[in-house]
Design a binder for this molecule. Structure first.
Ligand SMILES: C[S@@+](CC[C@H](N)C(=O)[O-])C[C@H]1O[C@@H](n2cnc3c(N)ncnc32)[C@H](O)[C@@H]1O
Length: 211
């Protein structure tokens, strides 16, 4: 059997999947930012959207509300444990338009060009140039991107920064780039807009790819 690097996302979410929805996905702030990120995608009925690092599918209901049954939702995640929960969520809701793909985002093969991509609580993925480039290449020209998650602020927010680092440590393999988690995406989206939330401890970023 291949040994799993304990620092890899696979190892983290093998453990975390059981308690993820209870612990990480639903607190009020995250729920609010998730909804806003989905709204920023400005999806229309029938659109195709990629939920990047979809985990247990915590964003699926909000995405479905926008794309409707004619739309297509592609959830990609490397963790079989998280995807098993996403799959159960899809079955329970009876959604027929969801494709779950088990893959590292870096290697994911997207069969069609999507209208939009959502990144919620996906710091590791956002810090991977290869992963970000792969997702951007899977979008149509002017495709919409939105992301939200934790961030640290300037030095004067030292208490917030401490709390943020402690909170995210268990879910990520790197704290690199935590001051500007969107920076790699902004290389693809010059007009990326960023809003800070929660006393600098969280962010929302969104914008369209160039035409
Ligand atoms: C904190 S969870 C967020 C899940 C979901 N987006 C949400 O809003 O609850 C991060 C997810 O990213 C996945 N992940 C991390 N790095 C990945 C990579 N390189 N490729 C695919 N999935 C990855 C993990 O397996 C995990 O399910």
């Amino acid at each position: 059997m291949t040994a799993v690097d304990p620092q890899s996302p696979l190892a983290i979410y093998r453990e975390e999947a059981r308690r993820y929805d209870r612990r990480a996905a639903w607190p009020t702030l995250v729920g609010r930012l998730r909804k806003e990120a989905v709204a920023r995608l400005e999806l229309a009925a029938g659109d195709t959207v990629i939920d990047v690092g979809c985990g247990t599918g915590a964003s699926f209901a909000a995405l479905q509300e926008r794309i409707g049954p004619r739309g297509r939702l592609i959830g990609v995640d490397a963790s079989p444990e998280m995807l098993a929960r996403a799959d159960a969520r899809v079955l329970t809701a009876g959604w027929q338009n969801v494709q779950l793909v088990r893959s590292a985002i870096e290697d994911a093969e997207f069969e069609i060009q999507a209208d939009a991509a959502l990144f919620v609580l996906t710091h590791d993925i956002l810090r991977s140039r290869q992963a970000v480039a792969n997702v951007m290449a899977a979008l149509v020209p002017a495709g919409a991107v939105a992301m939200t998650g934790a961030k640290t602020g300037p030095r004067r927010y030292s208490i917030t920064n401490l709390i943020v680092r402690r909170a995210v440590k268990r879910y990520v393999t790197t704290l690199e780039g935590l001051e500007q988690p969107w920076s790699v995406v902004s290389e693809h989206i010059p007009d990326l807009r960023v809003r800070s939330a929660a006393f600098g401890g969280a962010y929302l970023a969104w914008g369209p790819l160039p035409n």
